[in-house]
Design a protein around this ligand. Structure first.
Ligand code: AMP
Length: 498
């Protein structure tokens, strides 16, 4: 049997190939057959570019349906898809390309010169919607392609997640990981061919690419395709959707939209939230404005989805629900023993959804698994009496801003390297829009302090915008404990109030 995820997806939509798959508001409709043919053509281009099974294909492209076809083409050709945040800058890309050694890199047309120079060994193709060399080459390629036979443990994708040390790790996801999670979610959330999924998430993250697209493709439903989230547009389009997936920021922005009300949600059966904690205020206000209890779920790049509040049954505000079928979740204390309900410990997971390890980091991989095969997520949580999981914090200082992860260490190193800076600490402070806002606390060298605006501008030239601090506070010294560690909790308290 072929464990290629594309074979599974195709089995579910092939019979209805003439059905619409992607709906652009007020514009083109892409049918399942179109997606199938375009992904076949792209698969031929990748193979003709010299890609062999297991080779990596990196993509830093703006959201467009053709980018989804590129991902599917990689699955079909047995290649490993490496989606990259469109905000990543030169230094970040240099690291990813050096680490993953992609054979092909696909980028937007305006990035061609920069990216071509970063990795001369790779074939660099362009994709900007309908345009670019990838589709130019694909136009004459055959519209059928036999999906490569994949074993369940063959790699399908590598997703880079920031490390606590600032060095990003590539989470290796297999066809089995992605397929098992997709099947589980379609069932858990009741996806059917009648659904219309409002898709305003980015396509370079597990949430928008795997969770959202797999649920739709596997159930043969339609995707209302938005290039980005805009609360006013979404409010107008919701009456055409039956399901919406989003990060908490989407929901708080909808609440700030005057036209958002129960009527706008009349055709929606399910709102799903994840990637960052959903504040109780948002959950409650959303329920009173729309009549819907948002279904919160919990997952991560390394594992796909682990827990979910139920489709039918009680959705508990502040909880991410019970483990999904087939996924074992436990909360362990520092000695690795399971905690009793109510006690806080590290959340650990095991199941067919859990990744195969970090790319070329066997030691790091070993460190993150227990002797009995559970993955240590780094999240802190507790089990409630009813078996639901509650996340209470993070073992590390990870900041989640608008659903995207920022590890302070990486930003601190960048700030410290700037002229006039002695040292810095980067923290997340509560923010009504982003969940958390990246905030820097900086000690300047005597008489050399740059302005807040100059420091932010310098960082913007080096790293993706979402990682750049929204505020910079200058102080004479950082608070430290007896061991010399910066007391970030003190800083969080101080600047949360300000
Ligand atoms: P990522 O790998 O970018 O998907 O980030 C995964 C991390 O996001 C998890 O380890 C959690 O810390 C956090 N996360 C995801 N979903 C939730 C949620 N519903 N509530 C709280 N934190 C979440």
């Amino acid at each position: 049997m072929n464990a290629n995820l594309y074979a599974l997806l195709r089995d579910h939509f092939a019979e209805h190939g003439e059905q619409p798959c992607i709906l652009h508001p007020g514009g083109a409709v892409i049918h399942y057959d179109d997606l199938d043919a375009t992904s076949a053509r792209i698969a031929h281009v990748l193979v003709a570019s010299g890609c062999e099974k297991g080779d990596r294909v990196a993509a830093q492209v703006d959201k467009c349906w053709q980018a989804l076809a590129l991902y599917l083409a990689c699955l079909r050709a047995g290649l490993v898809y490496l989606p990259l945040n469109t905000g990543y800058q030169k230094s970040e890309l240099t690291y990813f390309f050096g680490d993953a050694e992609p054979r092909v890199i696909v980028c937007s047309m305006e990035k061609l010169a920069t990216i071509g120079a970063l990795r001369p060994e790779a074939t660099v193709l362009t994709l900007s919607g309908d345009e670019g060399t990838l589709l130019d080459l694909a136009r004459d390629a055959p519209e059928t392609f036999d999906s490569v036979v994949a074993a369940p443990d063959d790699l399908a994708a590598i997703i880079y997640t920031s490390g606590t040390t600032g060095r990003a790790k590539g989470a290796m996801l297999t066809h089995r990981n992605l397929a098992s999670n997709a099947l589980t979610l379609v069932d858990a959330w009741g996806f059917t061919r009648g659904d219309v999924l409002l898709h305003a998430l980015p396509l370079y993250h597990v949430h928008g690419l795997f969770v959202a697209c797999h649920c739709a493709l596997l159930s043969g439903s339609r995707i209302l395709w938005l290039s980005k989230f805009d609360a006013a547009d979404v409010t107008k389009l919701l009456p055409h959707a039956s399901v919406m997936m989003g990060v908490p920021t989407f929901y708080s922005r909808l609440l700030a939209e005057p036209g958002f009300n129960e009527d706008a949600c009349r055709s929606v059966r399910l709102f799903i939230s994840g990637s960052a904690p959903l504040l109780p205020e948002t959950f409650n206000e959303f329920r009173s404005r729309s009549g819907h209890a948002i279904l919160e779920r919990y997952g991560m790049s390394e594992t796909g989805m682990n827990t979910s509040n139920p489709l039918r049954g009680e959705r508990i505000c502040g909880s991410v629900g019970p483990p999904l079928p087939g996924v074992a979740v436990r909360v362990a204390n520092s000695e690795g023993r399971a905690c009793l309900p109510g006690a806080i410990g590290g959340i650990e997971v095991k199941g067919p959804n859990v990744f195969a390890g970090y790319w070329r980091m066997p030691d790091k991989t070993r460190d993150e698994f227990t002797a009995d095969g559970f993955f240590k997520t780094g999240d802190l949580g507790e089990l409630l009496d009813n078996g639901y999981v509650k996340i209470v914090g993070r073992a590390t200082d990870l900041i989640i801003t608008g659903g995207l992860n920022v590890y302070p260490k990486e930003i601190e190193e960048r700030i410290d390297a700037l002229p006039g800076i002695a040292e810095s600490a980067v923290i997340g402070v509560p923010d009504p829009d982003f969940g958390e806002a990246v905030t820097a606390v900086v000690v300047a060298k005597a008489g050399q302090a740059p302005s807040e605006a100059d420091l932010i501008a310098a960082l913007k030239a080096e790293i993706a915008n979402f990682k750049v601090p929204k505020r910079v506070h200058f102080v004479d010294e950082l608070p430290r404990n007896a061991m010399g560690k910066v007391e970030k909790n003190t800083l969080r308290q101080r600047y949360s109030a300000s």
